[in-house]
Ligand binder design. Structure first.
Ligand code: GFB
Length: 319
């Protein structure tokens, strides 16, 4: 299938345009001069509602669709809300993917997650390791939904000739992140916890687990560039990994965040909290071979993310 080239006036629906990755894609589209973007808030369009999504497609007829809408969360949220993570994600992606086929969308990009891979997959994880072993139990519900999304895109491509592709980003962070300690991922959680410990002059601050798990992190703006690149240059059935190819232990990560925030107390590890996957490094060589590379290293990205956190907390305080 020859990729259909987007142009700056192409009508693009970005589902999830206010989330971490969605908002980064929106900024990057604007930066590149795309001028016909459509976003809908949850209030304006409930993506769980099949009829509402169908009506939206019938009315707006977008040419391109990016599914960056999902119920997402860190290890605790995933572990404690299995039904919501499975049901809501299946429902959102089914509505978006089925509707895109029905209303002749030229191309759709579905975003998944590195948690689709088996818990003990060889590292770094290549695309072909999908479904070769049991999943990590703390996020298997989310992972099963994301695997179904990949399969939906592949099935619609095979049966209906739809140009639907999937990308699997690694753990992401950046501006617009979720800083709620019950539902956030590790990086925004550490930024907030170290910041609050510094302000309160707390002698210690608590991190979860043992600190030994390894994670790969990607700055959201880099992921956004990859997504637009793939929309323009990639049209294959096989999904594609989007990673930075650098990993750190959670312990090392906490030390970097502690340094950036400038907290001088002690870190205590709460081992009653789960570690999750021991290691999640993706092999992104297929994407690298297409010409994309990440540009923001972890230390720089964490500084930028902390600036974003400070900006948000000062504007929240001013309200
Ligand atoms: O980012 P995170 O919540 O999710 O946690 P996963 C990564 C690691 O950081 C785990 C540790 O080992 C946590 O125990 N950690 C330490 C903390 N302190 C904290 C803290 O204060 N908050 C949090 N949240 N973690 C998610 C999946 O897995 O990754 C999702 O649950 C998704 O499905 C996402 O795939 C990308 O990396 O373990």
């Amino acid at each position: 299938m020859v990729p259909e080239r987007m142009n700056k006036a192409s009508k693009i629906f970005l589902a999830g345009h206010r989330g971490l990755v969605g908002s980064a894609i929106w900024r990057e589209f604007e930066r590149q001069g795309f001028n016909n973007l459509i976003g809908r808030t949850r209030k304006e369009l409930n993506l769980l509602d099949t009829v509402a999504v169908r009506d939206f497609y019938a009315q707006e007829k977008p040419e391109y669709v990016i599914d960056a809408a999902a119920k997402v969360g860190g290890i605790l949220a995933n572990n404690s809300q299995p039904a919501a993570f499975l049901y809501e994600n299946l429902q959102i992606q089914n509505n978006l993917i089925h509707g895109a086929c029905e209303f002749g969308v030229k191309k759709l990009l579905f975003l998944g997650s590195s948690c689709i891979y088996p818990k003990h997959a060889p590292q770094p994880m290549k695309e072909e390791y999908l479904l070769t072993g049991p999943l990590e139990p703390t996020n298997e519900w989310y992972a099963v939904a994301k695997i179904a999304g990949i399969k939906m895109c592949q099935a619609f491509r095979r049966q209906h000739g739809c140009d639907f592709i999937s990308a699997m980003p690694t753990n992401m962070y950046g501006p617009n992140d979720n800083y709620d300690l019950q539902t956030s991922h590790v990086l925004p959680a550490l930024i907030r916890k170290f910041h609050e410990a510094k302000i309160n002059q707390a002698p210690s601050m608590v991190c979860w687990g043992t600190g030994s798990p390894m994670r790969e992190f990607l700055y959201s703006d880099d992921c956004a560039r990859a997504c637009i690149y793939l929309l323009e240059h990639y049209s294959e059935e096989q999904f594609i990994n989007v990673g930075s190819n650098t990993e750190v232990s959670i312990r090392e990560l906490s030390e970097v965040v502690q340094h950036v925030v400038g907290y001088e107390g002690k870190i205590i590890w709460d081992t009653s909290k789960p570690d999750g996957s021991p290691r999640k490094l993706m092999d992104s060589s297929r994407l690298f071979a297409l010409g994309w590379k990440p540009t923001v290293d972890l230390a720089t990205g964490i500084k930028l993310a902390y600036e974003d956190f400070l900006k948000r907390s000062s504007s929240a305080a001013a309200r």
